[in-house]
Design a protein around this ligand. Structure first.
Ligand code: SF4
Ligand code: SF4
Length: 116
């Protein structure tokens, strides 16, 4: 996660436009954390793609009903009456979300106002 001059504005841009910002895959660590915490609700939105020899890609977020990729994260919640958003799985969110944006440049390229 970025330096001290970064301040998340809770604008939701990164979570409303997943394909343009956050890497849309989970890590092995994420999967283990969700399994250990019985988060079947989160795991239901993960598609496991086998690469063979025990290697997988964990594609997120995939609508469990339709099988489609979603561009707006299902865990994003708009605060009532405000133009601000929160993550409903803050303590469980994927590593890529924790690490976003990777740098000032990454923020600027992907529409994150956190350094402004
Ligand atoms: S785009 Fe940047 S400022 Fe907006 S919610 Fe995401 S991390 Fe925070
Ligand atoms: S899990 Fe949370 S931080 Fe990650 S994209 Fe969804 S709402 Fe945003």
């Amino acid at each position: 996660m970025p330096s001290a001059d970064f301040n998340c504005k809770q604008c939701g841009n990164c979570c409303l436009n997943l394909s343009g910002a956050i890497d849309v895959c989970a890590t092995e660590k994420d999967i283990r954390r969700w399994e250990e915490n019985d988060r079947a609700d989160i795991l239901a939105w993960v598609e496991v793609i086998s690469l063979g020899k025990g290697h997988n890609i964990y594609d997120i977020w995939i609508n469990p009903t339709t099988g489609d990729d979603v561009n707006r994260c299902p865990w994003l919640r708009k605060l009532p009456g405000k133009d601000k958003y929160i993550c409903r799985i803050q303590d469980m969110k994927p590593e890529h979300c924790r690490n976003y944006p990777l740098s000032r440049e990454h923020a600027e390229k992907t529409g994150c106002p956190g350094f402004e």
